[in-house]
Design a binder for this molecule. Structure first.
Ligand code: GCW
Length: 679
């Protein structure tokens, strides 16, 4: 071989190696090729995918015959499956595909393939993309949209179909079976013929993987693209317009899923513009969709600039509507009553709506949790919400049980996650943000899974070679980082129940000082922390806004009493004196300082752990995460310094001399976070 050939070969091998670990393969990397035979009498696109996955990923005994068969086995629900040795049984073909992914996962993790019966907690497990037709993504931190490219989003990049296929495959591998392709702040244009043609292409590409396609719709579409004078949901012409539009969609896309609607929220149009209710609006669309088995996901993220505590508003607006929605409507409720904060109590709507199905909306993209610059594993936050007891029907009425059909019969159950996916090569910007996509899927499939188990699975599949998948030290180092990361973020951003101290607009850095008479108060920070010379926190007890009344007993009384309110929610529900003594024995001010400092120290600890992994993790992903941890450390320091120096103006106390001093001046941080390129 001449030298040139050798050099080229080295380059190719080098590039292939590099590619193999550029994150594109997500948790599906490192598939092996032991021979396997598949026996089935089924044939379809989906079955072909299942067979291919087995052939490309099998790592069991050579020449095993894996059997795939359909059965009406009573233990199986929806797309659930069973695995026994080399046999997968499901009621549907998609169920068989899910069974294959589970089989390969179990093999990879060296777990037994016996007596596995797995049914989904929620029937619909849906990603919400906040993708705009111009390709940008609201709160997206991993590049542009993978769906909407070029002028009006209508172009196709050469790799579009491949990307959508890989996207669908990744989702199917964790049980996600639906996707909303566009932002809830929806452009009416998405319902134009040209856009629907594109939606059809996407829908056809992802369907074999079991993914249904949904769209966010703008309530004013009949006016904006239909030429009507009104969008009043009780107007017959408007109703007809939606009926026709829905019929047009189903003609193009027979397995279309339905609509997601943000109405009368943050300036979006809605039925209230015409003196109608959410029920009028949702039912109008439901009626149009019902002949095709389509659904309406109607969001309850509503609040107005009234003197009423913002966290009470969704409940007040939606509870009176309970039981009035058609049976193909589901109300989509964010996990907390405010807005995807690092820690919120669960939304009281979960424990209140008894006759209306509710679907939790979780945010996978890290709008308020450090974007894709910070390593924050979100599963513990979601687990905390799903396992919270609402006491709706007595003890044990967890958010999970209130939403997954356990406590109330519903035509269907669902859960949504706001996606963190973009056109970046590794899909999510931060390698560890892939874990949040993964965890959402796993929890949507099984809402009682534990975050540590999910982390364990993800780490082994993402970082280890199959042979080394038992490398306990590596797994432990990474798992420790992940499992502490959400609590660390709470500590350095908003400990003890503080919330929404974010800089305006970008929501990345701190601005507890933020106030502006020109904008609505509930978009400022001071509205939420209410710091004064006496203390800190929002009084939502019976002596304050009385938000506690929206929770069921005995939780209501527990939250209402400053002495029994869990400390992680203390400043959410109470205005607490600076010298109030906490369980640690420290008073509020001292504890606050310690928590902020702890958060920063935790991130420094993550750095130390990560650096130990240099020999184990491929260079690209190692250095990417190492560099991002440095940023996270700097930014945690900024959070700590900003919040302590600002709140100190009210507490008028020393920062305890046992903790490290701030290293920034407050004025400098104020300036820094104002600048557009701070983040
Ligand atoms: O969290 C807020 C975001 C908005 C978002 C809105 C919503 C899509 O800051 O960007 O809009 O919530 O959920 O509708």
């Amino acid at each position: 071989m001449n030298r040139l050939v050798i050099i080229i070969l080295i380059l190719i091998v080098g590039v292939t190696n590099l590619k193999a670990e550029d994150g594109y393969q997500l948790w599906l990397r490192n598939r092996t090729h032991t021979n396997v035979k598949v026996s089935t009498n089924l044939s379809s696109n989906t079955i072909n995918l299942a067979i291919n996955e087995l052939k490309n990923g099998w790592s069991g005994d050579e020449n095993t015959i894996v059997k795939l068969s359909l059965s009406k086995n009573a233990k199986l629900k929806d797309d659930g499956f069973s695995i026994n040795e080399n046999t997968i049984i499901a009621k549907t073909e998609i169920g068989l595909l899910y069974g294959v992914y589970e089989m390969l996962r179990l093999q990879y993790l060296a777990k037994p393939l016996r007596n596995v019966v797995s049914n989904p907690s929620y029937q619909l497990r849906i990603l919400n993309h906040w993708d705009n037709l111009d390709g940008s993504i609201e709160r997206g931190y991993a590049g542009n949209s993978i769906f909407w490219m070029g002028k009006d989003g209508l172009e196709f990049t050469p790799d579009a179909i491949a990307r959508w296929t890989d996207y669908a495959r990744a989702n199917a591998s964790i049980g996600i079976n639906g996707t909303v392709l566009n932002n809830v702040n929806a452009s009416a244009k998405v319902l134009s013929r040209a856009h629907l043609e594109k939606v059809r292409k996407i829908a056809e590409t992802i369907a074999p993987y079991g993914l249904k396609t949904y769209l966010s719709v703008n309530f004013s579409s009949p006016v904006l693209i239909g030429g009507l004078k009104t969008a009043d949901p009780l107007n017959p012409e408007v109703r007809l317009w939606w009926k026709n539009k829905v019929a047009e969609i189903y003609k193009l896309i027979p397995n279309f899923g339905g609509f997601l609607v943000k109405a009368n929220s943050e300036g979006q149009p809605g039925p209230q513009d015409f003196g109608r209710t959410h029920v009028d609006g949702a039912n109008m669309m439901a009626e149009a969709l019902s002949p095709f088995n389509g659904i309406v996901m109607w969001r309850a993220f509503v609040y107005n600039p009234t003197p009423e505590d913002r966290t009470k508003q969704a409940y007040k607006e939606f509870l009176p509507l309970d039981g009035k929605f058609k049976d193909n409507v589901i109300v989509q409720v964010k996990n907390g009553p405010l807005d995807f904060q690092p820690r919120e109590p669960f939304s009281p709507l979960f424990g209140a709506m008894r006759q209306t199905p509710i679907m939790p909306e979780l945010q996978i993209t890290q709008e308020y949790l450090g974007w894709s610059k910070q390593l924050v594993y979100l599963s513990p936050m979601w687990e905390e919400c799903l396992q919270s007891d609402t006491f709706r029907d007595g003890k044990g009425s967890t958010v999970a049980a209130c939403t997954d059909g356990t406590l109330q019969k519903a035509k269907f159950t669902a859960i949504a996650g706001v996606a963190n996916i973009g056109a970046d090569q590794n899909w999510t910007g931060h390698t560890f943000a892939q874990a949040n996509w993964y965890a959402f899927g796993r929890l949507a499939w099984n809402n009682s899974l534990n975050s540590e188990v999910i982390a364990d699975e993800w780490i082994k599949q993402t970082f280890l070679d199959k042979k080394k998948s038992t490398n306990a030290d590596v797994v432990k180092l990474i798992k420790d980082i992940m499992m502490d990361s959400r609590e660390a973020a709470v500590n350095y951003m908003m400990p003890l129940g503080l919330h929404h101290l974010f800089a305006e607009g970008h929501h990345y850095g701190p601005a507890p000082w933020f106030t502006n008479p020109k904008i609505r108060p509930d978009w400022t920070s001071v509205y939420y922390h209410k710091a004064d010379s006496i203390g800190l926190g929002y009084n939502r007890s019976t002596t304050g806004s009385n938000a506690v009344e929206q929770y069921n007993e005995p939780l209501r009384s527990t939250l209402n009493n400053i002495n029994t309110c869990p400390e992680e929610y203390l400043l959410w529900f109470h205005h607490v004196p600076w010298n109030y003594q906490l369980k640690s024995g420290n008073d509020l001010w001292t504890e606050l300082c310690i928590r902020y400092d702890n958060g920063l120290q935790q991130v420094r600890g993550f750095q130390k752990n990560w650096d130990r992994l240099q020999q184990t993790i491929d260079n690209d992903r190692f250095t990417e995460v190492q560099s991002k941890l440095r940023t996270q450390c700097r930014d945690a320091q900024i959070w700590k310094d900003a919040c302590l120096l600002y709140f100190q103006k009210f507490s008028k106390r020393d920062i305890p001399f046992t903790i490290e001093r701030p290293v920034h001046d407050l004025d400098a941080i104020v300036e820094l976070t104002k600048s557009a390129d701070y983040h």
